[in-house]
Design a protein around this ligand. Structure first.
Ligand SMILES: C[S@@+](CC[C@H](N)C(=O)[O-])C[C@H]1O[C@@H](n2cnc3c(N)ncnc32)[C@H](O)[C@@H]1O
Length: 229
């Protein structure tokens, strides 16, 4: 067994008090970072994969080595399954993928924006063990605190987030509820085959693993209400 992984340490005790204002700001001001040159080859690869496929699309954001992408290819044999990670090191350890799978080295945020611009809707979207950014000052680096979060939601689909930090998952759920999307939080059943290398490592280290699921369609309401603000 590899050396045990440490539990997440954070001075943050509950959902970040700055979350509603941040979500509101990102809802009102679109993310405008120009496309980075480093992402261009992946976006071109994405275009050609989408052009030769007319069916459902599944996205595996922050896919690491792509182990989960390979499992999703089996789970959704008729879908195009796209794994995205920015790390060439992680992706160099990629497994062989079935024909319906594609791995892209890119920033997920750039891929979300590109898919939104192409008006692509996802059937399913997994976000498995994103970097937790546990310092309170790093709220803006968490997926739900990032200015590209509205793009992720615009892609729709059955969303699953997993983390070994319960507060991250709960905070993500609060971010969704501020935008009118209900979600459900549960522990990941320990008898399930690990979906990813990090999941396997955390499980071997005895961590509780948390899952949030949500169906991202039309929100019940789109404006943040005063009681949340
Ligand atoms: C903790 S690892 C989890 C990887 C994989 N999902 C797993 O569970 O084994 C987080 C991954 O997110 C990737 N990452 C972090 N920020 C990213 C970004 N903005 N776009 C794409 N990948 C990113 C890292 O390269 C890393 O592989």
């Amino acid at each position: 067994m590899q050396s045990p992984s440490r539990q997440i340490q954070s001075s943050q005790r509950g959902v970040h008090s700055g979350l509603p204002a941040l979500i509101r700001r990102h809802q009102q001001h679109a993310w405008q970072k120009p496309v980075q040159e480093v992402d261009l080859p992946a976006l071109e690869h994405l275009d050609s994969a989408l052009e030769s496929h007319r069916g459902a699309v599944v996205l595996d954001s922050f896919c690491g080595t792509g182990q989960s992408t390979a499992l999703l290819c089996q789970r959704y044999p008729d879908a195009l399954v796209i794994g995205v990670d920015k790390s060439s090191h992680r992706l160099s350890r990629r497994p062989a993928l079935p024909e319906n799978g594609v791995l892209l080295q890119a920033h997920c945020e750039a891929v979300w924006r590109h898919l939104v611009e192409r008006e692509t809707q996802l059937s399913a979207h997994t976000i498995l063990y994103p970097n937790p950014w546990p310092k309170p000052g790093h709220l803006g680096r968490r997926v739900h605190g990032h200015p590209a979060f509205p793009l992720l939601l615009a892609l729709g689909g059955a969303l699953e987030l997993r983390s070994n930090w319960q507060l991250y998952v709960e905070e993500f759920g609060v971010a969704l509820s501020l935008l009118g999307y209900p979600s459900r939080v549960a522990t990941v059943p320990s008898e399930e085959e690990p979906l990813t290398l990090f999941e396997e490592k955390y499980r071997q280290s005895g961590h509780a693993l948390w899952s949030l699921t949500a169906r991202i369609g039309s929100p019940a309401r789109t404006q943040i209400t005063q009681d949340h603000a």
